[in-house]
Design a protein around this ligand. Structure first.
Ligand SMILES: [Mg+2]
Length: 222
C-alpha cells in the first residue's frame, strides 16, 4: 500500500492582513460604519458591524446591505466613511506587539507583505500613521487589485504570485472569518488572530492565537 507523501513546507512569505492585525483600526472603522448605516435607515450596532463586515470590502458591504434594505444606500456613503476614518487615523496605533514580529521576520530573513480588503489609499494612510509604510513599500496588495475580494482566494494568490512564492510556502495572518476563508481557499497556511474576533469564528485557521506576543514563536514552529 502506498501512503500519500506528506510534504511539510517551509514558510517563505508571511502575508499580513492590515486592519486588526497590523493597525488597530477595527474599533474605529466599525463604529463609523454602524453610524452611517443607522443614518441610512438600517440600524446597526458596532457589534453587528464587526460580526457582518469585519474583514470584507466596502463593495461587499454595500451589496449585502442594499439587498437587506431593498433600496440603494446613499451614493456618498463610502466617501463619508473614508473621510471620518482618515480623520480618526491621526490617532491610529499599531496592534500591540506586531512591530516585534516584523523585527523577528527581518532578523530571520523571512519576507513579508500585506494583503488588505481596504483601498490602497486607506492602507497607505494607516501605515503612514503607525510608521510602517517603509517596511511594506512595494509589497502592498489591495482588494482593488483583483476582481473578487476576500473570502475569494484572489487577493492572497495575487500577493503570493507578485512576490514569486507558491501558495504552499505562504502563511497568512488574519483576524476575520472572511480572511481565514480566503487563505484556506488559496491553499495557504493561516493563523487566526482573535484579538477582537470570537476565536470560534476563526476555527478554520491552522492555529488561533489572541496574544500578538506569541506570534513570533508560532511562526518559528510552523
Ligand atoms: Mg482584518
Amino acid at each position: 500500500m502506498r501512503w500519500p507523501l506528506r510534504v511539510s513546507h517551509v514558510i517563505e512569505l508571511v502575508i499580513f492582513d492590515n486592519d486588526g492585525v497590523l493597525v488597530d483600526s477595527e474599533r474605529l472603522a466599525n463604529t463609523i460604519l454602524a453610524g452611517l448605516l443607522t443614518e441610512a435607515g438600517l440600524p446597526y450596532t458596532f457589534e453587528e458591524a464587526v460580526r457582518d463586515f469585519m474583514g470584507g470590502s466596502m463593495a461587499s458591504m454595500r451589496q449585502k446591505t442594499e439587498a437587506e434594505l431593498g433600496r440603494p444606500l446613499p451614493a456618498d456613503l463610502e466617501d463619508r466613511y473614508h473621510q471620518q476614518l482618515f480623520d480618526g487615523f491621526a490617532h491610529l496605533q499599531p496592534i500591540k506587539g506586531v512591530e516585534a514580529v516584523l523585527d523577528h521576520l527581518d532578523a530571520r530573513g523571512i519576507t513579508y507583505c500585506l494583503a488588505s480588503s481596504g483601498t490602497h489609499q486607506r492602507i497607505r494612510t494607516a501605515l503612514t500613521a503607525v510608521g510602517f509604510l517603509d517596511r511594506f513599500e512595494g509589497r502592498i496588495f489591495s482588494a482593488e487589485d483583483v476582481a473578487h475580494g476576500k473570502p475569494a482566494p484572489d487577493l492572497f494568490l495575487h500577493a503570493a504570485g507578485s512576490m514569486g512564492v507558491k501558495p504552499a510556502g505562504c502563511l497568512v495572518i488574519e483576524d476575520s472569518p472572511l480572511g481565514v476563508a480566503a487563505a484556506v481557499a488559496a491553499g495557504m497556511k493561516v493563523f487566526g488572530y482573535a484579538g477582537m474576533t470570537d476565536p470560534a469564528k476563526l476555527s478554520d485557521a491552522n492555529t488561533v492565537f489572541d496574544d500578538m506576543a506569541a506570534l513570533a514563536d508560532l511562526i518559528d514552529r510552523a
